[in-house]
Design a protein around this ligand. Sequence first.
Ligand code: DOR
Ligand code: ZN
Ligand code: ZN
Length: 408
Amino acid sequence: ETIDASGLHVLPGAIDVHVHVREPGFSHKETWTSATQAAAVGGVTTVFDMPNTNPPTASVAALAQKHAIAARQAIVDYGLYGLIGEHNLDQLGDMAAAGAASFKLYMGSENPLVPCPPDGAIVEAFEILARLSIRCTVHAENTPLLTWRGERLRAAGRTDAAAHLEQHIDLAAVEAVSRTAVFAAWTGAKVHIAHESTRHSLPHIRFAKARGVDLTVETCPHYLLLSTEDGARLGDTFMRVKPPVREPGHAGPLWEALLDGTIDILSTDHAPHLRSEKTREVIWDCAPGFPGVETSMPLMLTEVSRGRLTLGRYVGMACEAPARAFGLWPRKGTLAIGADADIVLVDMARSGRITADGLHSIGNATPFEGFAVQGMPVRTLVRGRTVALDGRPVGSPGWGRPVSVSRS
Ligand code: DOR
Ligand code: ZN
Ligand code: ZN
């Protein structure tokens, strides 16, 4: 295949380490086909899938089941997260041996499928993963605090967006981020903070990194480009995501942290739900999250066009840093010759508009509806084969393969 890339930028494919593919269990929201088609069109060549499916990915058997589903459908490469629970600590080693690319710890969840382990179990999980040299991704919010406040607010009949924000008070995130860093320092575990949403965590992250804790941190486009003020335009229940998009005044410091390296990675927390699940009257009944894999690259390239970041820094946060943190970078002393040709061609002159109808996710309700973008991926290659061209997925389901991670 000869490809004419004149006038285009040739970038490494993006690696999105925070994607909820939804199968098994929630195929009405997203399938492995639809999620990886959306990823391919969005310039993403590898997705790391979260374990809050049904069944949750908490055992060797559940991991094998998900591997089989993904292998039949995926058109981009993938890593599967294993779930850390209070009762599966003795299985983590076997799950790693069976191909879990990383592990996810929920310190903040009201989902009974993924209950939050107590601190003792968290420390023990970190000890196990430190021995296995596997990075642990953490949803860092203080669950008992969230639950207690949520019940009080519900009992008081509060159904507004402010109540959601109060339940998910950013202190609950700050506390859990710093607790995670303390447990990581204690155990020597490598940890990754998911979806950093608040400026108040940043000093704690900087302190932990300066102390030598092996901490990586991600944020997502919605924390960089939206604030609570967008709730008026979108509908507050529609905007619901955990952790929430914060008040104005947080995005600026998050941008600074992304540019100075305090935040290492750009992910999306791709979490598709049906529009009907996101437009309920009462905020507590409304599903949190929205799709992200297809919109992230155009949105961030638009910021490149505006001069807010360089293309080089974008590649650093979307491709290089996730590869280094999650074991996809060539081993020390080896050359990248023979590495996968996971490539995206980008046209900075191409403009467009984000619309839900134009997205490939089943749950396509996006808070970026109507956003004008400048700079788009126009061709995506996975292992040398074109999987998306000019906004359309191409190629056969099953081309995607599980990643093989190096642990050193
Ligand atoms: O907004 C969110 N949606 N936050 C989570 O932690 C889970 C996710 C989902 O699975 O829908
Ligand atoms: Zn999360
Ligand atoms: Zn998530």
